[in-house]
Design a protein around this ligand. Sequence first.
Ligand SMILES: Nc1ncnc2c1ncn2[C@@H]1O[C@H](COP(=O)(O)OP(=O)(O)O)[C@@H](O)[C@H]1O
Ligand SMILES: [Mg+2]
Length: 220
Amino acid sequence: MLRMRDVTRTYDDGRPVYALRSTALHIAVGDYVSITGPSGSGKSTLLNLFGLLDVPSTGSYEVGGAETVGCGQAIRSAIRGQVFGFVFQAFHLLPGRTALENVEIGSLYGPHSRRKRRKLATEALERMGLGHRMLADPRQLSGGERQRVAIARAVTAQPQVLFCDEPTGNLDSENTAAVMTLLRELNADGLTLVVVTHDPVVAEEAGRRLRVTDGVVSEA
Ligand SMILES: Nc1ncnc2c1ncn2[C@@H]1O[C@H](COP(=O)(O)OP(=O)(O)O)[C@@H](O)[C@H]1O
Ligand SMILES: [Mg+2]
């Protein structure tokens, strides 16, 4: 599904910063991969490269067998919109819109009619156990509920791969457990998951664990 070969990412801040050193990684369909490591080790850099939110400084990155390095912004956006979904630590929900409207945004750039999008969003929220909170403003929701809305928004476009950067970073242990259960179920249904976390309990949940130290990735 996803294959990196000799990928590096350096930043030039007067002197070069090696955010990711030469990396070869393959993620198969249906994998559940966690990425851990100290702050500043390169976890978000790796996730952003996988998610086509960033471009490698060198190397090759294939999605579904197609090379993405050197291809244009339009193709990269199309893959991001059609194949990938994203969940971040800060939920990035729009205040002043209902939970349902927030989830509908997830399929805005897809092929579906307005009615179909509403149906998909309703189903996604019900699946996240939020059928009774669909008309709530995100400001009225708990952190755990907000993150479940954000996950519903990410999966409503029916991505093949879901990337999560510290999805439980703002949650207490009870809400963390609820989000972990949802991720496990989504993976059981065939969704490929790549989850950055500093929480060892969340990392343990994944079938495959990667560790990043000073920009070097290893299987944990
Ligand atoms: N836009 C940037 N410009 C310069 N350096 C950056 C930038 N983004 C990240 N870095 C550096 O790259 C390294 C890895 O960062 P990051 O991937 O965000 O780490 P993590 O997510 O593990 O905390 C750090 O040394 C960080 O300072
Ligand atoms: Mg990070």
